[in-house]
Unconditional design. Structure first.
Length: 151
């Protein structure tokens, strides 16, 4: 059981690192002008529309995965056996990071397309929200109600 827990935490740690690395790659590509920089900077209507979409995506995609994970934890994982609960925990954790990546990706892309700070702020909010998803063995044990005597 301990081996499965460590493997799960390692997998989730890799997913978390990839989340941040991909965000860094997007920034790097934007800074070296691989991404189309300033394409809609002069078009105020398009800039407004893209910024509005970015803000709405951020407002929807930040609380949604955090709350859905909590609901999934209580409804699905509590009723399953340990191996199945661990598998579900992994799936929902990766899904939570994927949903959190939506405003990060669109925020950085819109930042480079429009050249205003709104997209960057939305992306930063997504990155900060991902810090609530840092994988840890103690956290996994607490969320799945695993005590030292269960081993």
């Amino acid at each position: 059981m301990e081996k499965k827990i460590k493997r799960t935490v390692c997998l989730l740690g890799c997913a978390f690192v990839m989340f941040w690395l991909i965000a860094g790659v997007i920034i790097f590509l934007g800074e070296i002008d691989v991404l189309t920089v300033g394409l809609y900077a002069a078009d105020e209507r398009m800039a407004y529309m893209l910024e509005s979409i970015c803000i709405l995506l951020t407002a929807a995609c930040i609380p949604l995965p955090l709350k859905l994970f909590n609901v999934a934890l209580k409804r699905f994982m509590d009723k399953q056996t340990f191996p199945k609960a661990l598998e579900s925990y992994t799936l929902f954790s990766i899904l939570r990071l994927a949903i959190l990546f939506i405003p990060v990706y669109f925020g950085f892309v819109i930042y480079y397309l429009v050249l205003t700070k709104t997209g960057m702020f939305c992306a930063m909010i997504g990155l900060v929200a991902s810090l609530f998803c840092v994988p840890d063995t103690n956290r996994l044990r607490k969320e799945l109600y695993i005590t030292a005597g269960d081993e």
